[in-house]
Design a protein around this ligand. Structure first.
Ligand SMILES: [Zn+2]
Length: 235
């Protein structure tokens, strides 16, 4: 049977089934669906109460699975389509208005176009927004990561942000760090992974065991972050 509860500004939809069991269990599947196995006789209210009690966990699990969903098809910049920012999905809502603006909140990208609302105009505004956010977010993350790698003797290097076709970041021979603008769509923990990875290349220029050991010293859970980035990747 199907039911849903309101939680903050969002809804949680779920199916429930009565089973021969003593306790109620909630399950979140990789396709983001939520199912409940309840003991016979459990009231609908009681199930709703349990869902609300676990709501934060359900949403968190869904967000995690969301990152592993199949790669996003090419964006068309039309209303209702989802776009990512820092690992989360936001639905696009574009309207005509007095001036150009992009705001991102409560699950939506609210885009206002001074000119006609066309996919080209929406894309331009959104790209500009991503680029501004990348400047802000990456600089802040970069500063933090530079502080962390100081203790393994890595000195900060200049940072450049560009659109790269095949990689998330690179460390040039002349010792500059380049980050892919697209990385702004990935979760912060993955951004930190790429930055720290590239910073470690300033000391170890290859992917030898020595390099991974160095990275492990400052980012012990780097494998988890790396895996998350790979599975999430649109590249
Ligand atoms: Zn590398």
């Amino acid at each position: 049977m199907l039911d849903e509860v309101k939680w903050g500004h969002s809804k949680i939809r779920y199916t429930y089934e009565y089973k021969n069991r003593k306790t109620l269990s909630i399950h979140v599947s990789p396709d983001l669906t939520v199912s409940v196995d309840a003991p016979h006789g459990t009231t609908v209210e009681k199930i709703r109460g349990k869902i609300l009690k676990r709501a934060a966990w359900i949403k968190k699990s869904q967000r995690e699975f969301e990152l592993y969903l199949p790669k996003q098809p090419a964006r068309r910049y039309i209303n209702g389509e989802s776009h990512r920012y820092l690992g989360r999905q936001y639905r696009l809502r574009a309207i005509k208005g007095a001036e150009d603006s992009v705001k991102c909140y409560r699950g939506y990208f609210h885009v206002t176009c001074k000119n006609k609302v066309t996919p080209e105009n929406v894309k331009e505004l959104l790209d500009q927004w991503y680029s501004n956010k990348a400047d802000l977010v990456f600089s802040k993350r970069y500063e933090e990561c530079c502080n962390t790698v100081k203790r393994i003797g890595v000195k900060p290097a200049p940072l450049t942000i560009r659109l790269l076709k095949t990689r998330w970041g690179s460390c040039t021979k002349s010792g500059k760090i380049v980050l892919n603008l697209e990385l702004i769509k990935a979760p912060t923990e993955c951004i930190d992974y790429v930055i720290t990875h590239e910073l470690c290349h300033l000391k170890e220029h290859n992917h030898s065991q020595k390099f991974w050991n160095l990275l492990g010293k400052v980012l012990p859970d780097y494998e988890k972050r790396k895996m998350r980035l790979n599975q999430y990747s649109d590249l």
